[in-house]
Design a protein around this ligand. Sequence first.
Ligand code: NAP
Length: 278
Amino acid sequence: MYLVTGATGLIGRPLIETLLAEGAEVRAVTRDPHNAGLPAGVEAVAPEAIHTALKDVRGLFVHPRATKDSIEELLRLAASQGVEKVVVMSAINVDDDPDHQPSRFNGDRNTEVERTVTGSGLPWVAVRPGSFAMNTLGMWRGQLTLGDTVRGPYAGFAEAVIHERDVAEVIARALLDDSLVGRRIPITGPKALRLDQMVPIIGSVLGRPLLFQEVPAELAAQGMIRNGLDEGFVRALMARYQREMQRSATVTDEVEKVLGRPARTFATWVADHKGAWS
Ligand SMILES: NC(=O)c1ccc[n+]([C@@H]2O[C@H](COP(=O)([O-])OP(=O)(O)OC[C@H]3O[C@@H](n4cnc5c(N)ncnc54)[C@H](OP(=O)(O)O)[C@@H]3O)[C@@H](O)[C@H]2O)c1
């Protein structure tokens, strides 16, 4: 039996599908078990019932957002119930200075959750994804419903965004076989792309002539803050863009090493989410 926290989220749902396809039994933690909409055969449990949910669990997936306030208690219970392995997701920037991790300004605590797991005494694997491809939808969908041009800062900023299904499949492998125990695994998409390359790729999949037009960083920052984004988050994001422009983007081949096939491309991700752009 495998227990998945963060089960209804972006990574949790494809992780559950992958585990089921591999023939595993799955229990899922969600704050709203009655409306979770999980696949047939998956037992949905509320966080309050975690003690009983851990019974007979061989592998536990720790989602950092869903467990950040309860991680120590969760691991204590897991150890007492005989859980054999814990796989934690964190992020590729988890060793950076906290002020340089934009997600911290939204309340995420990837560094602390990963450290608690790796220091728990239980066998562990830490999966550290780079930016999810899904972020592009949040950044650009609004503008692309209004026209064919995305206006934003740092056209030359490049990163190798990862398909969320690849993240889920690497986590599933880490749960299902023991060869990855004790590893911190940085995973990315197959190729770094600049922002002004990514938007035309979306265009080629959607059959639209899409372009990225650079605007000054300060102007863009002020617009994001006016639109309701947290100022600390926006400043950390801009600082990250500026910093990363000075060095080459991180690209790893860990997805291919773990899964035995190349990581999915950004074009594949867009094709898998074609309907989401209009
Ligand atoms: N976006 C990126 O580029 C990126 C890259 C690397 C790492 N990360 C990290 O990945 C994590 C986000 O992963 P994700 O997109 O899978 O998350 P998500 O979909 O937002 O959340 C996963 C699930 O956790 C539960 N949840 C959400 N907020 C919660 C809260 N405050 N308290 C308790 N439960 C909560 C929800 O389930 P229920 O409502 O069913 O309980 C939700 O479906 C973050 O830690 C982020 O820093 C993100």
